[in-house]
Design a protein around this ligand. Structure first.
Ligand SMILES: CC(C)(COP(=O)(O)OP(=O)(O)OC[C@H]1O[C@@H](n2cnc3c(N)ncnc32)[C@H](O)[C@@H]1OP(=O)(O)O)[C@@H](O)C(=O)NCCC(=O)NCCS
Length: 202
């Protein structure tokens, strides 16, 4: 059965933050993130999200069990490192809604849940802000990366079909411990952007 999707905003997200942390650690361990996550660090990130009244989270449930999550918040309220490339490029963060992670357990993929995560977050951004654009960032990996699984299909085409355009010139750096590293490694993540309104300027 396809999981049902519910959307939670602001403080209503709080009961689902532990599930988001668990899903992030489980799903991001795989290619392409290779994230060796620990719950303590997740708690810091999640407490910031929980304090954002205009933040939102779509949750996919199998029965009562969260099996996927997808978050968003105004870019102006995202952490400094995510806003920085926009400011450096002379772009006003107030015009953007930032979409955080989408994480869905593998056995639930290919049933339209990822599409529904985008639809729900774009609706939330339009309903709760004047933002002209939705944006998210994704890790960049070289084609010859030693840990790339054979046959791995990048999500680029999926994102383009959702209306997003890649802006490789707009990128931020995030540090995380990778599954094959002893210490945290700097990763470059570049942005994808989609207009949320009929004719945004610039
Ligand atoms: C990103 C992720 C959530 C996408 O999940 P998904 O649920 O498999 O995606 P969907 O099923 O919605 O879409 C995949 C395809 O199936 C199609 N599809 C299948 N059944 C569908 C249905 N019932 N309704 C709508 N679309 C359906 C979609 O249209 C899409 O094809 P398209 O791009 O040609 O239109 C999932 O791949 C994931 O968790 N990846 C690992 C983490 C990650 O990299 N996240 C992204 C960066 S944070």
């Amino acid at each position: 059965m396809t999981p049902r999707i519910e959307f939670f905003a602001g403080a209503a997200m709080r009961p689902y933050l532990p599930a988001l942390a668990r899903l992030r650690i489980a799903v991001f361990r795989d290619w392409p993130y290779l994230y060796d996550g620990v719950l303590d660090e997740e708690r810091v990130y999640l407490s910031e999200l929980a304090q954002c009244p205009r933040g939102g989270m779509a949750v996919a449930f199998d029965g009562e069990e969260p099996v996927g999550c997808s978050t968003c918040l105004p870019l102006a309220e995202a952490e400094q490192g995510i806003r920085a490339p926009f400011l450096a490029a002379g772009l006003d963060p107030a015009r953007y809604f930032y979409f955080g992670e989408s994480v869905l357990l593998p056995r639930y993929r290919g049933q339209g849940i990822g599409v529904a995560f985008f639809t729900a977050r774009e609706a939330h951004a339009r309903d709760t802000s004047d933002a002209d654009f939705a944006c998210f960032c994704a890790v960049e990996r070289p084609a010859d990366h030693p840990l790339r699984p054979p046959g791995a299909v990048p999500l680029d085409a999926f994102w383009r079909r959702r209306g997003y355009t890649h802006h490789p010139e707009l990128a931020c750096t995030m540090r995380w411990k990778q599954v094959d590293s002893a210490d945290k490694v700097a990763h470059r993540l570049s942005f994808w952007i989609k207009p949320l309104r009929a004719a945004p300027q610039g």
